[in-house]
Design a protein around this ligand. Structure first.
Ligand code: AKG
Length: 356
């Protein structure tokens, strides 16, 4: 398939929705860690395979990445199964997007400081005279304790789709509001091709999904998401910092050996459009060539039937080591297993908390 026809296939399956319903830091971290809880890993529950929403000629056993719950059409399910992502047009109302934007600005102005929130700065801006400016904030993550931003993760329209991938017991695991800055000329606003599962010590991957919502019109000019369709069917690849000239942001690991000839799809999205994608899907985002700050909000959800894994001896050990070094430097806390850092981020949004 050519790049152009690939993009057309992706956009053809967009669905238009309407009328929807709407010091102290160390002590804090220690308290959070002290409250870590989570039962031991147990087996993953099987999901039902009845197929009320699909035709009689269809065999539900052929689907392994989507569940039967009458939300997705057969065409949408087939698209996700084949490509590893699905865009739903106009899913998040404008008023909600404005609410997230307002709260982001309050956080940047330091009017609120949610517990556990991470504030990231671009490597080039952090070293410049603008480092104290709110424009220096390129991303905030782990906003689970901020009710304004967290309302994104409990938005019924988002959850309705998430359930198609995770089943009914849903945890919000990882949250981000990305404020991609105008590129300084050093191309640091790019996000290298990666698989999100690289960062996650929980499985199975098919019970994890990312929801990523455009907070404004996003295209190749301001650095849209770029995906390599079908790569969710592969395995987790080793990641490391890309050997780019100009620099790369902290924790922006990339796949070293992806096939650069594989067709890519650039996801051009409007405000409120939401893409759901599999954590093995290879994706990244391009340079922001405009003078604006490109905003998107996202959450990685997982079934609470998922279980934590030990990353020792796997390609993910690099993330565990990097995080341990950061926590040691910032809070003087040493050698926390990666999975333990996730237990206090995880927050239930629907159903029961089982393993995670
Ligand atoms: O919003 C972006 O630019 C890409 C975000 C992304 O892929 C990530 O943070 O994993």
């Amino acid at each position: 398939m050519t790049k152009a026809s690939d993009e057309m296939a992706a956009t053809a399956l967009y669905v238009r929705e309407s009328g929807r319903p709407g010091g102290p830091a160390t002590a804090r971290l220690k308290i959070l860690l002290g409250h870590l809880q989570g039962p031991a890993a147990t087996a993953i529950a099987a999901y039902p395979t009845s197929a009320a929403n699909i035709s009689s000629s269809y065999h539900p056993q052929q689907f392994q990445y989507t569940l039967d719950n009458n939300v997705l059409t057969l065409e949408q399910r087939q698209f996700y199964e084949d490509n590893g992502f699905l865009v739903i047009k106009n899913l998040v109302p404008e008023a909600d997007i404005q609410r997230y934007r307002n709260q982001f600005e309050r956080i940047c102005r330091k009017e609120v400081a949610p517990i556990g929130l991470q504030i990231m700065k671009d490597v080039t801006i952090a070293k410049s005279e603008f480092h104290a400016d709110e424009k220096a904030v390129t991303k905030i993550q782990d906003f689970q304790s901020d009710e304004e931003l967290f309302s994104y993760c409990t938005n019924p329209q988002i959850i309705k789709y998430v359930e198609c991938f995770t089943g009914p017991n849903i945890m919000a695991m990882h949250t981000m509001l990305i404020n991609k800055p105008p590129d300084s000329g050093k191309k640091t606003s790019r996000h290298p091709f990666h698989q999100d599962l690289h960062y996650f010590p929980f499985r199975p991957s098919n019970s994890i999904v990312c929801a990523w919502t455009a907070m404004e019109h996003i295209d190749r000019n301001n650095g849209c998401l770029v995906v390599i369709p079908g790569t969710h069917k592969g395995t987790l690849k080793p990641h490391d910092y890309p050997k780019w000239e100009g620099g790369v942001n902290i924790m922006f690991h990339g796949i070293q050996d992806y096939d650069a000839n594989q067709p890519r799809t650039h996801l051009v999205m409007e405000k409120g459009d939401t893409v759901f994608f599999h954590p093995l899907l290879i994706h990244g985002s391009g340079r922001n060539k405009t003078q604006g700050f490109r905003k998107a909000i996202s959450c990685h959800f997982a079934s609470s039937n998922c279980y934590y894994t030990d990353v020792k001896g796997t390609s993910q050990e690099i993330i565990e080591k990097e995080l341990q070094n950061l926590l040691e430097k910032k809070y003087g806390i040493s050698k926390i297993p990666l999975k333990d850092t996730w237990k206090f981020r995880a927050r239930i949004v629907k159903g029961e908390r089982i393993n995670l």
